[in-house]
Design a protein around this ligand. Structure first.
Ligand code: COA
Ligand code: ZN
Length: 311
């Protein structure tokens, strides 16, 4: 039995929040369906932000409603505040991912209030969640700019650990540690993630890396060494925060899956099917920058042999 690692697709959220094309709802849902057919069972499908802040998500309700119905998918959605969480709760989105920033300056730019105010809002969201009837909705608790900030520079590791602890106490079901602007290096990731993993006890911890400076996959390996077994990634390496200057794409899903499988982990995802989906998504987004070594070079001959042995 190979050890499982979860690769969550965030293309339909992070991946398209900065692109120039507004995708029709139909294409967003088709993207989710094809990803699930490729073996992706976790997708962040949309973002419940005001459409005037990010016009791409004007159809958040429609996308979420339809994604929830896809067999085999655990759909999640991003929310920046209580209002966003209420929109997600109303639809029964099974996992609702909240975001605040360890950097005060980025928190202010992104959600227009202090980090402590955002944490107080999370506590209200957790209370609202606890009062809901029906199947329990899980709360993912995100800490953006955990490894540094393009506005204010260095971010205190103690502060990141403290925020993770506060989240755990307030009722988070999983912690998401994000390198929003691609500042992290593997030594820092190993050090900080070991602290976060031990600070939050049994809660699962997920890392969200951007590959802005080419260290994305090295950071995945460092996080694996610290015990992390779940990662966000975006098809074709799309992505970036519109409120963080200089932000670029997430780690690339195809390359991340390839690396993990090649290292002996089980992601359950078929890279060849992802490459076919990538070609389709590329055709929908003219003029965007797509990254990815596997899309360029192809899978090595040793790759299918490995899968054969595992089967
Ligand atoms: N969804 C829809 N509408 C929302 C909303 C949400 N999540 N949050 C607030 N609103 C509405 C309010 O109801 C209010 O509407 P009204 O003017 O008709 O009364 C209006 O937006 C302003 O509300 P307010 O609470 O003052 O929000 P704000 O203007 O201070 O903006 C955020 C705060 C959090 C909504 C905004 O900064 C935001 O969406 N940030 C997220 C940015 C992002 O997506 N970053 C990338 C991902 S990390
Ligand atoms: Zn991101």
């Amino acid at each position: 039995m190979r050890e499982k690692v979860c690769v969550r697709e965030v293309g339909p959220r992070d991946g398209i929040q900065m692109v120039n094309t507004i995708l029709p709802t139909e294409q967003k849902v088709a993207w989710c369906r094809a990803a699930v057919a490729a073996g992706v069972c976790n997708i962040e499908v949309t973002s419940f932000v005001p459409p005037k802040v990010v016009p791409q998500f004007v159809d958040a309700e429609d996308v979420a409603r339809r994604a929830i119905e896809i067999d085999g998918l655990r759909a999640s959605a991003l929310v920046p505040n209580l209002k966003g969480a209420e929109r997600a709760f109303a639809l029964g989105v099974p996992l609702v991912n909240y975001v605040l920033s360890a950097s005060e300056a980025h928190n202010l730019a992104n959600v227009r209030r202090s980090t402590d105010e955002s944490m107080a809002d999370f506590a209200r969201i957790a209370e609202a969640r606890d009062a809901l009837e029906g199947p329990r909705i899980a709360l993912g608790a995100g800490i953006a700019t955990s490894f540094g900030c393009t506005i204010s520079g260095a971010v205190s590791e103690d502060r990141v650990v403290q925020l993770a602890e506060q989240y755990a106490q307030a009722g988070a079901d999983e912690i998401i540690v994000a390198d929003t602007v691609g500042y992290a290096d593997p030594a820092q990731v190993r050090r900080l993630m070991a602290r976060v993993v031990s600070a939050v006890g049994k809660l699962p911890v997920l890392c969200h890396f951007h590959d802005t400076r080419g260290l994305g996959l090295a950071n995945v390996v460092a996080a694996l060494e610290a015990g992390v077994r779940a990662f966000d990634a975006s098809l074709a390496g799309l992505g970036g925060c519109p409120f963080a200057p200089g932000a670029t794409g997430n780690i690339n899903t195809e390359d991340t899956v390839y690396m993990l499988e090649q290292m002996g982990f089980d992601t359950g995802i078929d890279v060849a099917a992802l490459l076919a989906l990538r070609a389709e998504v590329e055709s929908w987004l003219p003029g965007e920058r797509f990254s990815g070594a596997i899309a360029r070079a192809g899978l090595p001959k040793t790759y299918s042999a490995r899968l054969d042995t595992a089967a």
